[in-house]
Design a protein around this ligand. Structure first.
Ligand SMILES: Cc1cc2nc3c(=O)[nH]c(=O)nc-3n(C[C@H](O)[C@H](O)[C@H](O)COP(=O)(O)OP(=O)(O)OC[C@H]3O[C@@H](n4cnc5c(N)ncnc54)[C@H](O)[C@@H]3O)c2cc1C
Length: 535
């Protein structure tokens, strides 16, 4: 067992040269910012490139931290990004979940329905067909359609032109047919009305706190198939991933400035001129800027509504950011044998029955939360089963709105503490009841994150954890485009999650390089002939 704590995130240092003028400035050293910087420099050497980060280490939401001798992680898994890691020459030892994808419990009063969902679309189809023999044909038809739909998504172009869109009609008719389709609409289309079966299927949208009657069918299908077919996490702690990206970026000549908060994007004659860092009066000049932070902050505050077209501001006003979360990270003593608890799945999910995600999301939209003993959705994750470090678990719940958490934290910390302890106890009770008997007896360290924590950490005022919400009303062409109305200002916001950060980076760098990097494809297509600077 490896008990030593080696956080890679703390090994990175600023290497800012104060050059004053940069070809590219990137705001944020989360995975989006790091991937953008690295892909840019892999394609074009010699460009002065700077990433500005307000925290003292890279990674943004994807990180690990130490408390009381335990290492906790924020993120837990991602779908296949091996080709991108290979292209970037990032050597990250990964564990692939080849057998099990999810342990799923659905609670109905005293009755608990339990599923052990296997990895792989074919295995999943066979499993469901066996569990729900009366619906077997419908399941097979839905899954075959989903696989085909996902294949067609791969044919799409990012930042599509009119000609691309005309081509899509022929190359990806299922995508066109589903552009306005919700995931629940897709289930209806295949006659999936069995309540229990729907509960299982709808798990794939409630991951991100969005109910199936609001979630884009295309995005939900993509998330389901990509994560269940090839699902990974690092063997080490999660901070290793951004640390390696940052290290590589610096080795290619990229500069990172930590502990520096951008407060303004300077615009002159409709184009970017540079950024202003809080507490520093001089302008860091930039030819191009990529912002990877909350779009409401970047565009509405740092640029300002007055410099943006009215139509764009209206689109921003209407955009719903994804919900926030309450998370409890627990360090457990060594008297508990985690290997005996059947928890080594990417996800162990427990919720109340059908309609739960809708109720929780409705409460979130009203600026509140809908969690109670009769209505909940939580995931239990056990990173130490992979890392081999001291026993840890994370209990994650979403969707939560900010709902005064930030104000409470700032104005009355004691009340804030009591409130967060209350909800931590609520989640611990759930984890103990359904997954880990006597859990409370084994708790040594507890760390609770609320929407206020996420807001502080990421800079997103709502503490949104998955960017722009994956609603059908703001998907595809209806999403805020990467190319902003300000010349040379880009905003890669592909979709939520770690896979999304990589694809967002691919798309934006390809856009900036006039499709010379990825030929306009929306997903990464490895090309051995891509000319890199050899690193
Ligand atoms: C608890 C949790 C669990 C998650 N689990 C998963 C998971 O298992 N799998 C998955 O795929 N996704 C997961 N996600 C989502 C995933 O982490 C994010 O989608 C992804 O990390 C976003 O990366 P990003 O770089 O776009 O944004 P961020 O990670 O938010 O990075 C933005 C960076 O910009 C910096 N910044 C903000 N404002 C400024 C400023 N003014 N000046 C300078 N710097 C600034 C921030 O400090 C931050 O480092 C999870 C998210 C959370 C919160």
């Amino acid at each position: 067992m490896n008990n030593s704590i080696q956080l890679k995130r703390d090994t990175l240092k600023s290497n800012y040269s104060c050059a004053g003028h940069y070809d590219l400035v990137i705001i944020g050293a989360g995975l989006s910012g790091l991937a953008c910087g690295l892909m840019w420099l892999k394609n074009i050497s010699g460009m002065k490139t700077l990433i500005i980060e307000k925290n003292s280490y890279p990674g943004g939401y994807s990180t690990a931290y130490e408390k009381g001798g335990y290492v906790f992680e924020t993120t837990q898994l991602f779908p296949d990004i091996i080709d991108i890691l290979n292209f970037l020459k990032i050597d990250l030892p990964l564990k692939q979940y080849e057998k099990n994808f999810m342990r799923r419990l659905v609670v109905d009063g005293d009755h608990v329905e339990e599923y052990r969902i296997p990895a792989g679309a074919e295995n999943f189809t066979a499993y469901l067909a066996e569990k729900f023999p009366g619906d077997a044909e419908k399941i097979k038809a839905l899954m075959a359609y989903s696989v085909d739909l996902f294949k067609q998504v791969r044919k799409l172009k990012a930042n599509a032109t009119l000609i691309d869109n005309l081509g899509t009609v022929f190359k990806a008719p299922k995508v066109i047919a589903n552009l306005n389709q919700t995931y629940s609409g897709l289930l209806d289309k295949f006659g999936i009305t069995n309540k229990k079966l729907r509960e299982v299927m709808e798990t794939f949208t409630s991951f991100s706190g969005v109910p199936s009657d609001h979630a884009s069918a295309i995005l939900a299908t993509g998330a389901m198939l990509s994560s269940m077919t090839r699902c990974y996490r690092p063997y080490g702690f999660f901070d290793e991933y951004p640390a390696k990206l940052a290290q590589k970026f610096q080795s290619l000549g990229g500069e990172i400035l930590f502990n520096a908060e951008v407060e303004k994007i300077e615009i002159r004659n409709g184009a970017v001129a540079g950024v202003v860092i809080k507490g520093v009066n001089t302008l860091v000049q930039a030819e191009k800027i990529i912002t990877t932070i909350d779009p409401m902050v970047a565009m509405r505050k740092m640029v300002g509504d007055e410099l943006l077209p009215e139509k764009y501001v209206k689109q921003l006003e209407k955009t719903i950011m994804s919900p926030s979360s309450v998370n409890v990270a627990l360090g457990l003593d060594d008297k508990i044998d985690m290997t005996k608890l059947d928890l080594d799945y990417p996800y162990n999910v427990v919720s109340t029955g059908l309609g739960t995600a809708e109720k929780l999301f409705k409460a979130f939209l009203a600026g509140n939360h809908g969690f109670s003993k009769e209505c909940f959705h939580a995931a239990v994750i056990c990173p130490s089963l992979t890392t081999g470090a001291k026993n840890t678990i994370t209990i994650r719940s979403t969707p939560w709105a900010m709902n005064g958490w930030k104000e409470l934290r700032e104005k009355d910390y004691e009340k804030y503490r009591i409130e967060k302890e209350k909800w931590a106890d609520f989640l611990i009770d759930i984890a103990e009841k359904y997954f880990i008997p006597d859990l409370k007896k084994h708790i040594v360290v507890k760390d609770i994150a609320t929407p206020a924590t996420y807001a502080r950490y990421s800079g997103s005022p709502t503490g949104s954890i998955y960017d722009i919400a994956s609603l059908v009303t703001q998907f595809g062409p209806k999403r805020i485009p990467m190319k902003t109305p300000i010349q040379n200002l880009y905003q890669p916001k592909f979709a939520h999650g770690l896979y999304g950060t990589m694809m967002g980076a691919v798309q934006v760098v390809d856009l900036m390089l006039k499709r010379k990097f990825n030929n306009g494809n929306s997903l990464f297509v490895p090309k051995p002939q891509v000319k890199t600077n050899g690193n």
